[in-house]
Design a protein around this ligand. Sequence first.
Ligand SMILES: Cc1ncc(COP(=O)(O)O)c(C=O)c1O
Length: 482
Amino acid sequence: MEVKFYQPENQVPLEMHKVRVVQKLSLLPVEERLKRIQQAGNNTFLLQNKDVYMDMITDSGVNAMSDEQVAAMSIADDAYAGSETFNRVKAAIKQVFGTDYVLPAHQGRAAENILAEAYVKPGMVALMNFHFTTTKAHITRLGGEVVELVDKKGLIPQSKDPFKGNFNLRALKKAIETYGPEKVAFVRVEAGTNLIGGQPVSLENMLAVSDICHDYGVKSVLDASLLQDNVYFMKMREAQCKYMSTREIYHILANKMDIIYFSGRKLGFSRGGIITSHNKKYINEMMGFVPLYEGFLTYGGMEVRSMEAMAVGLLESLDMEYISQGPEFIAYLVNELDQYGVPVIKPAGGLGAHLNCSEILPDIPHDQYPAAALAAALYIAGGIRGMERGTLSEQREPDGTERFAELELLRLAMPRRVFTLSQVKYCADRVKWTYDNRHLIGGLEWVEEPKVLRFFFGRLKEIGYWQEDLAAKFRQDFGDSL
Ligand SMILES: Cc1ncc(COP(=O)(O)O)c(C=O)c1O
């Protein structure tokens, strides 16, 4: 896929698209950045986007649309029931996954809610390579438990393992036998495992998981939200996939998995959520929850224009020229940071670059949230908004004690087709400065801690006055630069 440059030292990832609509950005002076992050309770979710230069909090619903997606939005068929737009979404899903049965939902977590409502009963377990925040919240809300079975290699921050999202297959069998198949609500494979650094799962491993599920009579579920990056890595890193088309890979997976769901904010460069299956039985078991929670069966809470964008975007998810841009830009950022000596999760995965905060800030304990502290520091340093993916993103245990995250990560997501390479270089530069001044960074403590999904809207403050010191050091080093 790579276009080779004549001068090897000029080699960079080359975009196979051009930008035709732009949005003005502002970069506030460091004193203002300090004020804004403190007003936001040191929670990057609570920053105003107008105060952010590079918004790397997520790639969810913020990817740039193609001209064809925007064009498709203008032919949306705005009907409560029986909309032609839904038929076009179904046709796209048929092309991409080969499946006939489709349920719409307003986003990925709504699909998770439906899945959990249909299959999780108190005392049941959901086995998965790794949890995702909203997935786990729905399962535990219904009295279920999440059991993570990622191979332990996945939790080693720096490694050469190409598929760090893989299940430990022996542990999967053992867990099904220990709990008993009737207690297993489902086995969930998360493609492009979000919380451990966007790390992919191999096709071989996914297929082996579904074989095990079928041997034991347990449902296999694929969370395909990050499948686009995962398919790119399968083609680049897995011998059997090298000469397969992307479509072949999607179809092989869909033939094996009982249920597939995804966030349209990720897969398909759009919005919304989808549940799909070859098997009508599963769709029938979940269908009743769609009108209850989402909307009628032909829109499920989605806006018709987004559905048209999804239909086109899903087909773009098959195009390697489109889907390679994200992972290639992420690899570029990861390599720059690695060369600067900044501890970063390796190999580069999908979604974004993930800074290893346990190594960057080893003296800040888990319960002073090192990854959130680094997120605040990086906003002060460069107006860059990342997302904490560590202890703060965990739920407390039922007895109120902290559950310490396996990995304390600061994620710098790479929205697709959005940033230029100069902006990515700026990001690497400001991370390097923050890293070189890490001795100034201290911890955070709660001001307001919500009980559910606390990372979204909790408020914290600095312990001591380290943020003022960091801003002063920035002024000293950068003079009157923004
Ligand atoms: C793997 C995974 N599953 C589910 C979701 C939830 O999707 P949504 O944000 O559309 O609710 C996400 C969102 O980031 C995700 O990454």
